[in-house]
Design a protein around this ligand. Structure first.
Ligand SMILES: Cc1cc2nc3c(=O)[nH]c(=O)nc-3n(C[C@H](O)[C@H](O)[C@H](O)COP(=O)(O)O)c2cc1C
Length: 187
């Protein structure tokens, strides 16, 4: 069956490079359905608000993750770590403890930066968080995109560098297979 993949971008910027990578994925791997899952409207995590379904934005966010077969997180790196807005979103997706939407959810992590180190540190922190949320993170393979400024077209807002497009295509194809493997782990 066609897999539904949710795309979560850890940047709120309109011209986000990570957003451009997210927008490129559907044209690289066409045998899946995609949904952008927005995080901009989420309140700052506050356990006092976290009862029942939580605030409306949180309810919508959790429902979008729940109906996705897998999630691809696309993250910048801020000060050698994960942007606060993304960590905040993952925290909302990590509760209630026993029924949280990230438990056993297949997740892949991608990151793009104008710098040379490809968001290694940010992705490390995201993976550490996803271990705590008991998510099924795509093992071994990593997708670090450095010097992104030279690899996108500012007008179409898409990834245009051929080598990076091929790596990304292979990475997302592996993730689609990983969703199937994770399904078998659950059954
Ligand atoms: C507060 C702040 C801290 C940053 N720290 C890093 C960093 O540690 N490593 C890095 O590669 N880029 C860093 N950057 C640059 C971002 O990678 C760059 O702004 C990038 O374009 C953000 O991703 P986006 O285009 O998806 O919004 C930082 C940017 C900001 C605003």
């Amino acid at each position: 069956m066609t897999k539904k993949i949710g795309l979560i971008v850890g940047s709120l910027r309109e011209l986000s490079y990570n957003g451009m990578i997210a927008d490129t994925i559907p044209e690289l791997v066409e045998n899946a359905e995609y949904e952008h899952i927005a995080i901009a409207e989420l309140p700052l995590y506050n356990a006092d608000l976290d009862h029942g379904d939580g605030p409306d934005a949180v309810k919508l966010f959790r429902e979008a993750i729940r109906r996705s077969d897998g999630i691809i997180i696309l993250t910048p790196e801020y000060n050698s770590g994960t942007p606060g807005v993304l960590k905040n979103a993952l925290d909302w997706a990590s509760t209630p403890t026993k029924t949280a939407v990230l438990i056993k959810k297949p997740v892949a992590v991608v990151g793009a930066t104008p710098g040379v180190k490809g968001t290694i540190l940010s992705q490390q922190q995201v993976r550490q968080t996803l271990e705590a949320t008991q998510s099924y993170v795509l093992p071994h393979q990593k997708m670090y995109i450095s010097e992104i400024i030279h690899k996108v077209d500012q007008e179409s807002r898409k990834l245009t560098d051929e080598t990076t497009r091929k790596y990304l295509q292979r990475y997302v194809q592996s993730f689609v297979q990983w969703i199937d493997q994770a399904d078998r782990l659950n059954s």
